[in-house]
Design a protein around this ligand. Structure first.
Ligand SMILES: [Fe+2]
Length: 307
């Protein structure tokens, strides 16, 4: 994949003082195109099928909003064949009880209880969380935006809440996720969420297809670093900030390669949320969730989404 001439080019460029950041992006862009090409071709083959689905209107709207802003809002009830909100809430309650008796590690983010931390087995028995994950509408909205068949790489269910430390910490500060140029993280709310109880924020247009992907790209090595409020305010007017507020059942689709910050809890309260990540083939992170057996017979559209 990497020719000697390419290696020489990088070596000389680095000697001549061309910025490491520029080189890192150039390198990634070239490799990305190669790795993603198979999934791009798969998408072109099934694009007409997607647009004939009963929920094609919401699929198209989400993809368009993502392309324009890097963020889109919908509700689970808009997607065909989705489990009811009541059933989803019941599943969440069961997870809370299990977590109470056998808690996960909070991994340094003490404001997050991790009810599922990529340790979930998707099944075809119709249980609500599996039915949610196997719903092709959500995956196909991400496919249309990414213009390729994405991989579902991660599924987490969280309860975030206020802790004694009331300053923003870790991912509650502005940052980009450096998995790839583009990715979609889908947030599903199991309760009503406002900026008082953990709504995340996003800078519209800071994604790859937007006008500000080059702003606050503060990583030279694929590691996320945090930007301050002052950095963000000096570059973006307030109207560019989308606050992910919504009632229970709301879905936020967010390209988190754009600038965002996670839920903060200025007041006592909780946010009940799941996070599903749809990535390109060129994502740097390992896939943490696997598909159930015989899925291709029942849900061909999801056959390549789950690996
Ligand atoms: Fe993030």
């Amino acid at each position: 994949m990497f020719k000697v001439e390419t290696a020489k080019f990088f070596f000389l460029s680095e000697k001549m003082g061309v910025s490491g950041l520029f080189l890192w992006f150039w390198r990634k862009k070239r490799i990305r195109a190669l790795i993603n090409s198979r999934r791009e071709k798969q998408f072109k083959k099934i694009e007409a099928t997607i647009l004939a689905l009963p929920d094609s209107e919401v699929i198209k709207r989400v993809a368009e909003d993502l392309s324009l802003n890097g963020i889109a809002k919908a509700h689970i009830s808009e997607f065909d064949g989705m489990p009811s909100l009541e059933k989803m809430k019941e599943s969440y309650e069961t997870l809370l009880i299990t977590e109470g008796s056998n808690p996960h590690d909070r991994k340094g983010k003490s404001f997050i209880e991790r009810l599922i931390d990529d340790d979930y087995s998707i099944n075809t028995k119709g249980d609500p969380l599996s039915a949610y994950l196997l719903n092709p509408g959500i995956a196909m909205a991400c496919a249309k935006y990414l213009e390729l068949i994405p991989k579902l790489t991660s599924f987490k269910v969280w309860r975030s809440h206020q802790i004694e430390l009331q300053e923003r910490t870790a991912s509650q500060n502005w940052h980009r996720d450096y998995n790839e140029y583009q990715m979609v993280r889908v947030f599903c709310y199991f309760n009503d969420v406002t900026s008082d109880n953990g709504a995340g924020e996003y800078i519209r247009g800071s994604h790859f297809k937007g006008d500000s992907f080059d702003k606050l790209q503060d990583s030279q090595d694929g590691l996320s670093r945090y930007s301050t409020d002052k950095d963000v305010q000096s570059l973006f007017p307030n109207e560019r900030i989308a606050v992910a507020e919504g009632i229970a059942g709301t879905l936020f689709f967010m390209d988190t390669a754009g600038l965002h910050r996670g839920g903060f809890h200025p007041e006592p309260g909780e946010r009940r949320v799941s996070l599903t990540t749809f990535s390109t083939a060129a994502d740097l992170q390992p896939t943490r969730i696997r598909k159930p057996k015989n899925l291709n017979h029942t849900l061909p559209l999801m056959d390549d989404v789950l690996v």
